[in-house]
Ligand binder design. Structure first.
Ligand code: SF4
Ligand code: SF4
Length: 176
């Protein structure tokens, strides 16, 4: 286990992300813009996706998009891999980032999307609850929620070392 800090301020930024929002408004904006495409995969994910989806082009552990869109995005902007065991970790974790100070924050580009500060938005730790549960597990998610609700500023939490390593590999690929 490795200790990281959680930024209460960042996790209390408000977002609205649900089926309706995606289909009617954003069309999956955070899955767009991949000209040379850059949905980074762990090597085990590359293997799994290549075995299952022969038509998906993957090079150097990156999904190659089609006309700036991810191969797995449907015409309404929804992810065809959502709620399947094939959804890449990088996509699951994507609204979040562990920065150089080992602090869990929201990835900056998300504050440019229409879901940010939406009038019906909820705190990021609620809107992106499923992502946090997949990374930390239920018990720690409940701890994160409780600590944020207590509102006593930033706090620390343990993250599985293997999970952190994977997140760091993906982050390095994005920046590389
Ligand atoms: S996080 Fe925002 S931009 Fe991404 S799918 Fe949800 S509503 Fe759209
Ligand atoms: S795999 Fe799904 S979540 Fe990831 S970029 Fe493609 S459509 Fe978006």
């Amino acid at each position: 286990m490795v200790k990281i800090k959680v930024s209460t301020k960042w996790l209390k930024k408000k977002f609205k992300c649900d089926k309706d929002m995606i289909q009617q408004h954003c069309k999956g904006k955070c899955c767009k813009g991949f000209n040379k495409v850059l949905i980074c995969l762990l090597s085990e994910e590359t293997k799994k996706l290549k075995d299952k989806f022969k038509k998906c082009k993957i090079e150097n552990n990156k999904i190659i998009g089609i006309r700036n869109e991810c191969f797995f995005k449907d015409i309404n902007g929804l992810c065809k891999l959502h709620d399947t065991p094939y959804k890449p970790l990088g996509c699951i974790f994507s609204p979040f980032k562990i920065n150089k100070n080992k602090t869990l924050i929201i990835r900056h580009r998300y504050i440019r999307f229409p879901c940010f500060n939406h009038k019906d938005g909820k705190f990021a730790y609620i809107t992106f609850k499923d992502s946090l549960i997949k990374i930390f597990g239920n018990k720690k998610y409940n701890y994160i929620k409780k600590k944020i609700e207590e509102d006593n500023g930033n706090f620390y939490i343990d993250i599985d070392k293997d999970m952190l390593d994977k997140i760091n590999i993906l982050e390095d690929m994005k920046n590389g």
